[in-house]
Write a protein that binds this ligand. Structure first.
Ligand code: NAI
Length: 467
């Protein structure tokens, strides 16, 4: 096989792309991966999930030291924050994982090409970088080019004051007044980070609740808890523009009464969603269809309408989540290799990594009702959980939604410290089509936060022990 001939070429090295490449190599395919950025790992590793988690962890510790340590008899004084060091710690985490991905490419014998990848005729990808361009050939090409932040036309990014999450993970100092547009995952996570460091944070959201993809009771509790942490929320408020004066900037918005609001801001973080990255890929030249939102249209096996070209992750329909992209990467390659690759879209966990964390799997109570399904709901508050009391983590609850007739689990929502870890067993029960009774009869170690899951499942039939 000549140097540039492969069985599989993956364009994009985010969690979807690099995992697809590894699965390809595992299945015996000669695999190449093309990445336009200097580092592998995509948005998640370089400017998304990972750096934000590092910042969340550091600032959670600061918040604990400032607000909770004395209650534990831990006396700390002269607390201060060294932003440079905090950011250096974040960068070290990212560097370590970047090296990890590069190492995985090497050990799996995946050839890495640095440059912009473009479809260039049947079975061909042109890779262009500042120094050279070369053509790679393969009968199977996977597009895994991810997504990028949506820019509001009346609030364009300037990289200084009006910024995206890419910049808000790297502020050089703590902004005095931070206005966040959008109370979704990014807005709440980065809003929390900077509020903990002392910013006055106001989150502007056009919908009536924060974290709108969760049930109302979850969103309401999150709002109450985050307010206690100093975040302010302006709900049902639409952003209309930005006013820049000599040394002051104001975000303009309109509240539900139609009144105009002006919010002074040192930084404005716009976090209103992301859009598929398809520009410059050569889709038009290959007649590849996209949907109304510009995402690449694929069938159940991730095939586009062009032979041998597949797409996965944020660039196709579905939630823009790293773990969804990874599963699709694996399933897509397995389909290419003649196996029965499959993604169970009904059980993709969704997490917002605030404190407490908000996590869910399956459908909400509202969605179940909208679908006309009769449900039973069980809830258990962490205030009645021994481990939560011992760990100062009593804020939150677990909510279990089950089919009224069959008892099958339809959805589970958690608002709790470590909710991101707790959701895993809920996902496993749903993956195996478990019932509320299956979860209720599963033995959970005592004392653990996870007992709240069992109790909420027991509560579905009114049998919680500690309620
Ligand atoms: P998002 O879609 O999660 O939230 C955007 C929020 O902005 C929504 O609540 C929406 O109602 C609001 N909004 C939209 N236009 C607005 C406007 N003009 N004025 C006020 N509010 C407005 O998007 P986000 O937070 O930017 O995240 C982007 C993607 O990245 C999402 O798909 C998200 O799932 C993913 N992500 C996931 C994370 C996680 O799993 N923890 C972390 C970060 C991002």
């Amino acid at each position: 096989m000549s140097e540039n001939n492969f069985d599989l070429i993956v364009i994009g090295s985010g969690p979807g792309g690099y995992v697809a490449a590894i699965r390809g190599a595992q299945l015996g395919l000669q695999t190449a991966i093309v990445e336009k950025d200097p580092n592998l790992g995509g948005t998640c590793l370089n400017v998304g999930c990972i750096p934000s988690k590092a910042l969340l962890h550091s600032t959670e510790m600061f918040h604990f030291a400032e607000h909770s340590a004395p209650n534990h008899g831990i006396n700390l004084s002269n607390l201060s924050i060294n932003i440079e060091k905090l950011m250096a710690k974040k960068s070290q985490v990212v560097s370590q994982l970047r090296a990890g991905v590069a190492h995985l490419m090497k050990t799996n014998k995946i050839k890495v090409f640095k440059g912009l990848g473009k479809l260039s005729g049947e079975q061909k990808v042109l890779v262009q970088n500042a120094d050279a361009s070369e053509t790679l050939n393969a009968p199977n090409i996977i597009i895994a080019t991810g997504s990028s932040v949506i820019e509001l036309p009346f609030l364009p990014f300037d990289g200084e004051i009006v910024v995206s999450s890419d910049d808000a993970i790297a502020f050089e100092s703590v902004p005095e007044k931070l206005v966040v547009v959008g109370a979704g995952a990014i807005g709440l996570e980065l809003g929390s980070v900077w509020a903990r460091l002392g910013s006055e944070v106001t989150v502007v959201e056009s919908l009536p609740t924060i974290a709108p993809s969760f049930d109302k009771d979850v969103s309401k509790m999150a709002e109450r808890l985050f307010k206690r942490q100093g975040l302010q929320f302006l709900l049902k408020t639409k952003v209309t523009g930005v006013k820049k004066e000599a040394n002051k900037t104001y975000l303009s918005a309109e509240n539900q009464k139609g009144e105009t609001i002006e919010l002074e801001a040192d930084k404005i973080l716009v976090a209103v969603g992301r859009k598929a990255n398809t520009t410059g890929l050569g889709l038009d030249g290959h007649g590849i269809k996209t949907d109304a939102k510009g995402r690449i249209a694929v069938d159940a096996n991730f095939k586009t309408n062009a032979p041998g070209i597949y797409a996965i992750g944020d660039v196709i329909t579905g939630p823009m989540l790293a773990h969804k992209a990874e599963e699709e990467g694996v399933a897509c390659v397995e389909c290419i290799a003649g196996q029965a690759g499959h993604v169970n879209y009904g059980v993709i966990p969704n997490v917002i990594y605030t404190e407490p964390e908000i996590a869910s799997v399956g459908i909400t109570e509202i969605t179940a009702k909208e679908q006309g399904t009769e449900v039973k709901v069980g809830k258990f508050n962490f205030i009645a959980n021994g481990r939560a009391i011992a760990s100062d983590a009593t804020d939150g609850f677990v909510k279990v939604i089950a089919d009224k007739t069959t008892d099958q689990l339809l959805g589970i929502q958690i608002i709790a410290s470590s909710g991101s870890e707790l959701i895993a067993s809920a996902v496993a029960h749903m993956e195996y089509a478990g019932s509320a009774e299956d979860l209720a009869r599963t033995i959970h170690a005592h004392p653990t936060m996870s007992e709240a899951l069992k109790e909420a499942a027991l509560a579905v039939d009114g049998n919680a022990i500690h309620n």
